[in-house]
Design a protein around this ligand. Structure first.
Ligand code: PAF
Length: 277
């Protein structure tokens, strides 16, 4: 497996590769990321995983400094999964001068995650465009775990006519249902036991929707109250339509339940797509 840090070298290396699939990550590779690499391999002969902890998408007081950086380990796992190239630029390479031009996402970026993480999606979209321009892939894989991120990236790629196919990937879970995330490592043993409850609250809403119930506000309230009873600090548990992440209209059937809540000092997110009958 090759490791490349410079954009010039990366472009030189890729100049004669007609089909490249990109897996953008911030490192701390776990089975969730490896599943993205697996999907990328099924889609292209050359897979580039990018590892870059993007300062621009972290708000003040968020975990940019303590975000786990485990580069050696990450490379060993990626190599074992058959990844072709790791693109690992440093801050100077990605932000050689102060970033003054941004991708400014629409209102959906100020809801849900964006409401609690101001500027987050502006930082995500801006770095994703830069990574796309550095790698110039034909396709890229993004996990559904970050559902709002995937929805926003799909739409900006569409609207800005970027010639890149976005491939969504299912969330990978621990046996007890907890969605894999780099942030799970912040949980204490006690919190780790409690953590699957966010998923369970979402599953409960899924079951209600599947049974034909459309009293979404009542469901959201019940799920939030359940989590609060078990000590969670709930940011939201909501039902939205899949494409625009707006409140479902009467005839919307492709729905998604999204939740975000903090346990101790660790903020977890999860979601599940649901087809209403
Ligand atoms: O999902 C992530 O890890 C990040 O938001 C991404 C897409 C790599 C951009 O920094």
């Amino acid at each position: 497996m090759e490791i490349i840090g410079s954009i010039d070298q990366l472009r030189a290396r890729l100049s004669s590769e007609p089909d490249v699939c990109c897996v953008p990550t911030m490192g701390n590779i776990h089975d969730g990321h490896l599943s993205l690499v697996k999907i990328a391999r099924q889609n292209a002969p050359v897979v580039i995983t990018t590892i870059f902890v993007n300062r621009l998408q972290f708000g003040q007081g968020e975990d940019f400094e303590r975000y786990p950086r485990t580069f050696e380990d990450d490379c060993a796992k990626l190599e074992a999964e058959g990844n072709t190239i790791v693109f690992h630029p440093d801050e100077q390479e990605m932000y050689a001068e102060q970033q003054e031009f941004f991708i400014d996402p629409p209102k959906v970026a100020n809801t849900l995650e964006g409401r609690f993480r101001r500027g987050h999606f502006r930082g995500v979209c801006t770095v994703v465009v830069k990574l796309f321009n550095a790698v110039q892939p034909q396709s890229a894989v993004f996990g559904k775990k970050d559902y709002q991120q995937l929805a926003i990236i799909r739409r900006f790629v569409d609207q800005l006519l970027l010639p890149i196919r976005i491939i969504p990937a299912e969330t990978i879970r621990a046996p007890d249902g907890l969605a894999l995330s780099s942030r799970n490592r912040y949980l204490s043993a006690e919190e780790r036991k409690e953590a699957p409850r966010l998923r369970e609250a979402i599953l409960q809403i899924r079951d209600w929707i599947r049974s034909g119930d459309r009293r979404f506000v009542a469901m959201e309230y019940a799920a939030g109250a359940l989590l609060a009873r078990y000590g969670w600090n709930v940011d939201y548990v909501v039902v939205r339509n899949q494409r625009e992440l707006r409140r479902p209209a009467a005839d919307d059937k492709d729905l998604v339940v999204l939740g975000a809540a903090t346990l101790g000092s660790t903020r977890l997110i999860d979601n599940l797509e649901v087809s209403a009958p």
